[in-house]
Ligand binder design. Structure first.
Ligand code: SF4
Ligand code: NI
Ligand code: NI
Length: 709
């Protein structure tokens, strides 16, 4: 049999199964029975992305299968094989969606099955920054449990997101490997068809970030090929179905590496035989051109971004530092070069081995930095990184910031020899590595002595935070000489540009004006460029000739005009990784805001995912806009339309998160006390009528404002 024949035969087999499954389902439930995956606005995402048609019920699914059949041509040509591979993938999606019929929950721990749109949006930033350098799809049964675990861990240590399909999952479970999305190891399912759930992520990324038109299969495949760094590792024996799926993967630009030697044909850079499983990692990275950023740190446990989400439970912890009970803090101090001895480590107080097991302790770390180009404005930028640095240590958990931190060190990490000097080394090595353009010297002091922690917290840290907060409040769009662009997300959203100002952070929530300033300083040719603000056209809208020129340049002409303060007139574009989205609520003249974490309904009749699917991809959608959480309390939040007074609804949790700051802004701008009490949430209303009733009762100011449309 030729390789083509194997693809065709696998495709035929899956097609037959799919047809039978759909017919059975129709016989059981009727053609009108709805079919969908949970938490996605893209109907059957793969089929929709490839054909542009949404499938809502079994009858339509059956019709869609007819369309799939037209892809299954049988000439002995590469294109026929690729299309049959795509057809196999679509059949897999149909089989999988049938598992979810009638509200069923077919996947239970440790399996994930279908992944929500929200996860894809969350992946946006780490994928563009290279924190997640790639996505591995491992399929089948490894020669041994040890080899399975070793391969998975090798990717995990590189920060690669690992998805697992089939027997390899059992192998990892048997070997006791800890898995889960937070650890970047996602077991999808036992059946080979569950591989579609990772394909679905790649294809939705093209729709969410890439503004690819559903149905434009050519653009879709180009997008996944150029921008989604995924690859497949398939263990022997490969049956024809797996070979057919592999053809689909290759059609999307994802190379397949296998240890199968029988009846297989090599295709350079696409279908690669590697008999030695221990070399799968290197072979895959080479085939997909994935470069790994390595931070070599001399500590007794691993340091990798895959450990960032790891949770340490009470029973597993050796010691805990708890800023809510004890005096703790983390602080960066700019010093004169003569005052800092590079790589010096000082410990004041007992080391971890002198602390009682399971006890709550205090800790403070002071990182002194010096450098010709260092500015005190960078201190908070570095400090915010500590969370990720410390968290990336295997068996160490860090939450919070400033003097409200909590750190847990696990027993196994302690037993491996992790001590205060290693914590210092983690801070030192990362600062020197990431900020080498401005930091010439760096020294770390760790304080665990109780009295000393208390003293330093009150005499050194709190005054420093207060000074910075003052500086931050004095930073307004008017008070600074320039703004910054950010085009980090262009890796996925080719025409998207964020304009970052002091009062409007990037929509991902991760890039403030100070961050952008630091990024520009560290890498002058990098993603953040200075935008002057000298030629104002309209102050109220935030329209500037300089800004228009900059977005036109950085979007390669895709965008011509952007305003900073309006959601109706030339609003800023959205890439896809926004924390929140706001949209007009026509009955109240207001806007609602919803956030990625909230999966429920909004008064607009759409969920976050559905709203988000209407904007994003780097296009302007007047009336809808992605934005960061912090922007909600900004005096510049849709200032052109009247500002935060327009906000009529937010999910309860989000409202609680931002209430203090929103109330303060409302008080300062309009003299309204406790404005958040006038804002609806899902416990009050999820439909426009009930919301309007509530707003009327509260006398919400939006009701008396000019219509927005
Ligand atoms: Fe992406 Fe904008 Fe955030 Fe930059 S600021 S990372 S472009 S969302
Ligand atoms: Ni950790
Ligand atoms: Ni983005």
């Amino acid at each position: 049999m030729t390789l083509f024949d194997r693809v065709f035969s696998g495709n035929d087999a899956v097609y037959g199964l799919t047809e039978a499954a759909i017919d059975n389902a129709i016989a059981q439930y009727g053609a009108d029975q709805a079919v969908s995956f949970p938490h996605t606005a893209y109907s059957l995402p793969c089929y929709y992305a490839v054909t542009g048609t949404k499938v809502a019920n079994l009858g339509e699914l059956k019709e869609a299968l007819g369309v799939v059949k037209t892809l299954m041509t049988r000439e002995q040509k590469l294109n026929d094989a690729f299309m049959s591979g795509v057809a196999t993938a679509l059949c897999a999606e149909f089989i999988e969606v049938l598992k979810y019929i009638n509200g069923a929950e077919p996947y239970a721990e440790p399996y994930y099955g279908h992944l929500a749109d929200a996860i894809i949006r969350e992946l946006g930033v780490p994928l563009v920054t290279g924190d997640i350098p790639g996505v591995a799809v491992i399929l089948g049964k490894a020669p041994s449990n040890e080899e399975a675990v070793e391969l998975v861990k090798s990717y995990q240590a590189q920060g690669i997101l690992v998805t697992l399909v089939g027997d390899v999952i059992d192998q990892c479970v048997e070997a006791g490997l800890k898995m889960g999305y937070a650890l970047r190891i996602v077991p999808l399912g036992k059946d080979v068809t569950s591989v579609i759930h990772v394909v679905s992520v790649a294809l939705r990324a093209a729709l969410i970030f890439g503004n690819v038109t559903p149905g434009d299969a050519g653009a879709l495949m180009k997008y996944t090929m150029d921008r989604v760094p995924a690859f497949v590792n398939a263990f022997k024996p490969l049956d024809d179905v797996v070979v057919a799926c592999g053809a689909g993967a290759i059609a999307l630009g994802f190379p397949v590496v296998t240890n199968e030697t029988e009846n297989i044909f090599r295709v350079p850079k696409s279908l690669i035989v590697q008999e030695d499983v221990s070399k799968f990692n290197a072979t895959s990275l080479e085939a997909r051109d994935i470069k790994i950023k390595i931070t070599k740190i001399d500590i007794p446990v691993s340091f990798a971004s895959a450990f960032e989400g790891e949770i340490i439970r009470k029973g597993d912890m050796q010691v805990e530092f708890d800023g809510s009970r004890k005096d703790c803090f983390e602080l960066v101090c700019t010093k004169d070069a003569s005052e800092v001895e590079d790589h010096k480590f000082t410990l004041i107080g007992p080391d971890f081995d002198q602390m009682e097991v399971g006890s709550k302790q205090q800790i403070a770390y002071i990182v002194d930095v010096a450098g010709k180009n260092m500015q005190s404005d960078f201190e908070p930028v570095f400090e915010r990184k500590f969370h990720s640095y410390v968290n990336c240590v295997e068996g160490v958990m860090h939450t919070g910031q400033r003097d409200m931190i909590r750190i847990r060190i696990s027993k196994s990490t302690f037993e491996a020899g992790f001590r205060a000097k290693d914590l210092a080394e983690v801070l030192y090595a990362n600062i020197k590595n990431e900020f080498d353009a401005v930091v010439d010297k760096c020294a770390v002091t760790i304080v665990t002595d109780e009295a000393e922690c208390t003293k330093l917290r009150h005499e050194l840290a709190i005054p420093a935070y207060d000074r910075r907060d003052e500086r931050l409040t004095s930073l307004t769009d008017e008070s600074v000489p320039v703004y910054y662009s950010c085009i980090m997300c262009q890796a996925f959203s080719p025409s998207h540009v964020c304009v970052v100002t002091p009062e409007r952070l990037g929509l991902c929530g991760a890039v403030s004006w100070l961050d952008a300033k630091a990024t520009n300083e560290l890498d002058p040719q990098g993603p953040c460029q200075v935008i002057t603000k000298e030629r104002v056209i309209d102050e109220n809208l935030g329209r500037y000739e300089d800004v228009d020129e900059a977005v036109a340049k950085f979007s390669q002409g895709a965008l011509e005009h952007v305003t900073l303060y309006s959601i109706m007139e030339d609003p800023m574009t959205s890439c896809g990784c926004f924390e929140c989205i706001c949209g007009i609520e026509p009955f109240s003249n207001g806007v609602i805001i919803t956030n990625r974490e909230y999966t429920g309904m909004t008064p607009l009749g759409m969920t976050f995912g559905e709203l988000a699917s209407m904007t994003g991809g780097g296009v302007q959608t007047p009336g809808f806009m992605g934005h960061g959480k912090h922007f909600i309390s900004s005096k510049k939040f849709m200032k052109a339309e009247g500002g935060i007074e327009r906000i009529v609804w937010m999910p309860k949790e989000l409202k609680e998160q931002v209430a203090e700051r929103v109330n303060k802004t409302a008080q300062e701008l309009y003299g309204i006390e406790n404005f958040c009490d006038m804002i609806g949430d899902e416990t009050i209303a999820t439909d426009p009528e009930a919301l309007l009733e509530f707003l009327t009762e509260k006398g919400h100011p939006a009701l008396g404002m000019d219509p927005m449309m």
